[in-house]
Design a protein around this ligand. Sequence first.
Ligand code: THU
Length: 140
Amino acid sequence: MNTEEKKLYKLAVEHLNTAYAPYSKFHVSAALLTESGKITTGVNIENAAYGSTICAERVALFNYVNQGLKDDPIKCLLITGNTSRPISPCGSCRQVMAEFMKADSKIILTNVQGDYKMTTLADILPYYFTDGDLADGRDK
Ligand code: THU
């Protein structure tokens, strides 16, 4: 990891204990960096109605939009958890990444022990559905 990625990692690990995960007891934290150097973070937030839970990655991405950053491209998204291998994002979060990130945007999967794996959106979600597909297949 380069210096800015290490900074994201440190931030994500620091935020891990703010996750609200009383049901799964599985804490996840994410941090993203934009091309202009802005950072947003997110943790998983669970709910007694389990389906209303939201993952850390989506909280970080929705914070990015909420902070008015959507025209500042995402350079890198880092995820961490207390897992023995670098944590892997769920399918729904991958699809939300596809909405706001480029195919070659960097995604760093990590764990609290410091293991990490660098990947890209295209690698973890090949053939993803896009607004282009929607425009193409919509009733004309
Ligand atoms: N979770 C995330 O926050 N990100 C993922 O990519 C995988 C799952 C959360 C959702 C839920 O709060 C807990 O982990 C167990 O699924």
